[in-house]
Design a binder for this molecule. Structure first.
Ligand SMILES: NC(=O)c1ccc[n+]([C@@H]2O[C@H](COP(=O)([O-])OP(=O)(O)OC[C@H]3O[C@@H](n4cnc5c(N)ncnc54)[C@H](OP(=O)(O)O)[C@@H]3O)[C@@H](O)[C@H]2O)c1
Length: 303
């Protein structure tokens, strides 16, 4: 309980101190959050960096980290989840022997791993939720989808929502829609579209700086306008493209070249990659959804 508030604020312990944990912790700093946060990771260098950058409490010992937790956030890549939960099982058994404690709330960020499988891997001393936060939460303007195990009490759901709402919008989503959301909501789409539009503009002769300025205004300003007013997308499209004019000609040519199909194909491939995380496999295989190494300069940071 933070001093003077009279309100219980759960201590959040992150297991995994990589990209999404860094983004969330950065967002909490932007929000001037007083939420107690501890980060555990197997890489001391990452813990040191997080401590240096965000003044966050770090704990290299898993057992000591879990001891401090009201909520655990599982923030390792999907292929690292089974080994982590295996280690957690022993740690939680010790915790429950020590004192008669309530089950921990464990929130998995792992793309594609369903609640049922999480429960199979760790079925005692925890109640599970899933969260899909966006790295944009580092600015406090993210979007997080949440799904719950049925047994998870309302009060704890409220506390989890309150935690993520410090770093952006929050929505409850039936778990069956989680993978489709995961592949659709990624900020990588914006960066990808920006890079594609700017590259095409450079090919027309714009210098790089002007190409990126023009492309970023084209994408961001229209979308911000759509979100902030009541007009439908059809009306805004009509307003932005004179019939028979340049914008309409460009859009029609893009559509004829398979623009919609390319997007559908991309989403289907992403969905298949998310679903592949649902089934057990050897721990040596890397997740297709969050590759550890850069696969392309412009597409990092997606779940
Ligand atoms: N990045 C995003 O934008 C995003 C958004 C939503 C959800 N997610 C989900 O969040 C999870 C983490 O993604 P990420 O991009 O943050 O991955 P990441 O940058 O690779 O971070 C994961 C961290 O966890 C560490 N780790 C792995 N196994 C561990 C263990 N047993 N004990 C302690 N630390 C361990 C990793 O260490 P090593 O490097 O040594 O393996 C790494 O430092 C994924 O499941 C992903 O699906 C990510």
């Amino acid at each position: 309980m933070p001093p003077g508030t009279g309100q219980f604020v759960p201590t959040i312990v992150f297991l995994g101190g990589g990209r999404i944990t860094s983004a969330i912790v950065a967002g909490l700093r932007v929000a001037r959050s007083r939420q107690p946060v501890v980060v555990h990771d197997r890489n001391l260098s990452k813990l040191k960096r997080l401590h240096r950058q965000y003044d966050v409490v770090v704990e290299p010992n898993l057992e000591q980290a879990v001891r401090q937790a009201d909520f655990l956030i599982v923030a390792v890549r999907p292929d690292s989840v089974p080994a982590l939960l295996e280690r957690l099982r022993g740690t939680l058994a010790t915790r429950s022997q020590e004192k008669n404690v309530a089950p921990l709330i464990a929130i998995s960020l792992a793309a594609g791993i369903p609640l049922a499988r999480l429960r199979q891997m760790l079925n005692s001393q925890v109640l599970w939720a899933r969260a899909m936060p966006s790295p944009i939460c580092k600015n406090g303007t993210g979007l997080t989808a949440l799904a719950w195990e049925r047994e998870l009490p309302r009060q704890q759901r409220h506390q989890v929502r309150s935690f993520f709402s410090q770093i952006g919008s929050v929505l409850d989503l039936p778990e069956i829609k989680f993978d489709a959301f995961t592949v659709t909501y990624s900020s990588s789409h914006g960066y990808h579209a920006l890079a594609t539009l700017a590259d095409a503009a450079e090919q027309l002769g714009l210098d790089r700086k002007t190409a990126y300025m023009a492309a970023s205004h084209a994408l961001a300003d229209g979308i911000v306008a759509w979100r902030s007013q009541k007009d439908s997308l059809d009306i805004l499209l009509e307003e932005a493209a004179t019939p028979g004019g340049i914008a309409e000609t460009a859009m029609a040519a893009m559509n004829r070249s398979g623009y919609a199909k390319a997007v559908q194909t991309g989403l289907r491939a992403g969905l298949a990659a998310a679903r592949a995380n649902a089934t057990p496999r050897g721990s040596s295989r890397r997740s297709p959804v969050t590759p550890k190494k850069k696969t392309g300069k412009r597409l990092r940071g997606a779940p």
